[in-house]
Structures are given as structure tokens and as C-alpha cells.
Write a protein that binds this ligand. Structure first.
Ligand SMILES: Nc1ncnc2c1ncn2[C@@H]1O[C@H](COP(=O)(O)OS(=O)(=O)O)[C@@H](OP(=O)(O)O)[C@H]1O
Ligand SMILES: Nc1ncnc2c1ncn2[C@@H]1O[C@H](COP(=O)(O)OP(=O)(O)O)[C@@H](O)[C@H]1O
Length: 202
């Protein structure tokens, strides 16, 4: 039987639109996807700081942080990664309801899982940012020493090595961090949000 069969939705008197109006800006998700070491965390941290300085209400969700708490019961099997991303999708939706610009930095290796989140949200509320970098660059950066552990045989099922990464087909934004500096990537995103009118709300 459907476990939520006897549960009814309870409406608030304050809506998502009311919260956007109060904030003077829209609410939406900026979803960073890419290999470990591609730059998702670094770039999303800088984008958040810049938006905050512009008076935008933000919140950032990051794989490493969420896996310490809410999702600490999940590992890196395909099923667990799927459930990780499903839960983050639901949280992102709540944050968008709360009127926040939500920045999510997860490898999110499966196209289907990212597309599910796009479907969960309304049109225009999901901005997919492909943080592209070659596996060679990521391995050279190796900010957490994980690629070294993989090469030493201490980690199995690592994304891009012996676990798949499915690149987005039509992301809103692609950053080539092999070439673009961190600052250039930040400006690409902030300019996109400004020119498309995401940061306004009447
Ligand atoms: N097997 C394996 N594969 C990939 N990554 C691994 C693995 N084991 C641990 N880590 C560390 O976990 C971080 C990725 O967590 P995510 O929640 O973003 O992963 S996923 O979206 O569920 O695939 C990832 O963080 P980032 O480097 O920031 O991407 C790693 O630090
Ligand atoms: N052009 C660049 N864009 C993004 N990160 C870069 C760049 N050049 C060097 N780096 C470094 O690469 C590392 C990327 O790590 P991180 O942001 O944790 O990636 P991810 O969250 O995708 O695993 C950081 O130490 C960052 O300073």
C-alpha cells in the first residue's frame, strides 16, 4: 500500500510568491554537476558569496557536507547515489518554496537523476551547470588526495575511474575549468543570472 495514502497536504497562508516578493528576487536552484575535483565546491562558494553581497538570500548544499549528516546512511553504490540525489532534489524544492537561491554541488553522475529534479521543479527553476574538467586535470588537482587513494587501490567505484559519469546533454551553462579561471566561471554564472532576469522580482 502507498505509505502516504492517508496524508493530506496542508496549505500555508504565505506562498512561495509572497516570499519572493518580500526578498525582491526569484528563487531557483543552480545545480553544479561534474567530476570530483572539477571545481563544483570552489565555484559555488564564490558564486554564493557574490550573490549574498548583492543582497540575494542563498543557501548552499554540498555533497561532502550533506553526507556528514542527513545522508550519512548512504555510500557510493549506484542505488545510494540515486537516493542521495533524490533527497537533495526534495530539499532543493523546499528551499525554492522558502524563497531561496539554492546552490547544489554534487557529482550527481546520472543524467536521469538530474532530469528528475528538473521535472520536480517548475519551468525555469533549475539551472544546470556542467563543471567540465578532464579527469587528468582533476587527478592533478586532487584537492582531497582521493585520486591517489584510488590509484593505490584504497577506493573502489570512484566516479570517472571505475564508476560512470554521464555529462549533461543540454545544460544551461558549461564551464570548462581546464581553461577558465575560478573568477571567470563565477562571472559566467552571475552574468547569466543577471541577463536572464533571475535576480529580479516585481
Ligand atoms: N567512490 C567515490 N566516488 C566519488 N566521490 C567519492 C567517492 N568516495 C568518496 N567520495 C567523496 O564524496 C564526494 C561526492 O559526494 P556526492 O554526494 O557529490 O556524490 S554523488 O552525487 O552521490 O555521486 C566527493 O566530493 P567532491 O570531490 O567534492 O565531488 C568525494 O570527496
Ligand atoms: N580553474 C579552476 N576552476 C575551479 N577550481 C580550480 C581551478 N583551478 C584550480 N582549481 C582548484 O581545484 C580544486 C577543485 O576542488 P573542489 O572545488 O573541491 O572540486 P569539486 O567540488 O568538484 O570536487 C580546488 O582546490 C580549486 O582551488
Amino acid at each position: 500500500m502507498d505509505k502516504s495514502a492517508n496524508i493530506e497536504w496542508h496549505r500555508s497562508k504565505v506562498t512561495k510568491e509572497d516570499r519572493r516578493h518580500l526578498n525582491h528576487h526569484n528563487s531557483f536552484v543552480v545545480w553544479f554537476t561534474g567530476l570530483s575535483g572539477s571545481g563544483k565546491s570552489t565555484i559555488s562558494v564564490e558564486v554564493e558569496k557574490e550573490l549574498h553581497n548583492m543582497g540575494v538570500r542563498t543557501y548552499r548544499l554540498d555533497g561532502d557536507n550533506i553526507r556528514h549528516g542527513l545522508n550519512k546512511d548512504l555510500g557510493f553504490s549506484p542505488e545510494n547515489r540515486k537516493e542521495n540525489i533524490r533527497r537533495i532534489g526534495e530539499i532543493s524544492k523546499l528551499m525554492v518554496e522558502a524563497g531561496l537561491v539554492t546552490l547544489c554541488a554534487f557529482i550527481s553522475p546520472y543524467r536521469e537523476d538530474r532530469d528528475e529534479i528538473r521535472k520536480l521543479l517548475n519551468a525555469g527553476e533549475f539551472i544546470e551547470v556542467f563543471v567540465d574538467a578532464s579527469i587528468g586535470t582533476c587527478e592533478l588537482r586532487d584537492p582531497k588526495g582521493l585520486y591517489k587513494k584510488v590509484r593505490d587501490g584504497e577506493i573502489k567505484g570512484f566516479t570517472g575511474i571505475d564508476s560512470p559519469y554521464e555529462a549533461p546533454v543540454a545544460p544551461e551553462i558549461t564551464l570548462d575549468t581546464d581553461i577558465q579561471s575560478i573568477e571567470e566561471s563565477v562571472q559566467t554564472i552571475v552574468s547569466y543570472l543577471k541577463t536572464k532576469g533571475y535576480l529580479q522580482y516585481e
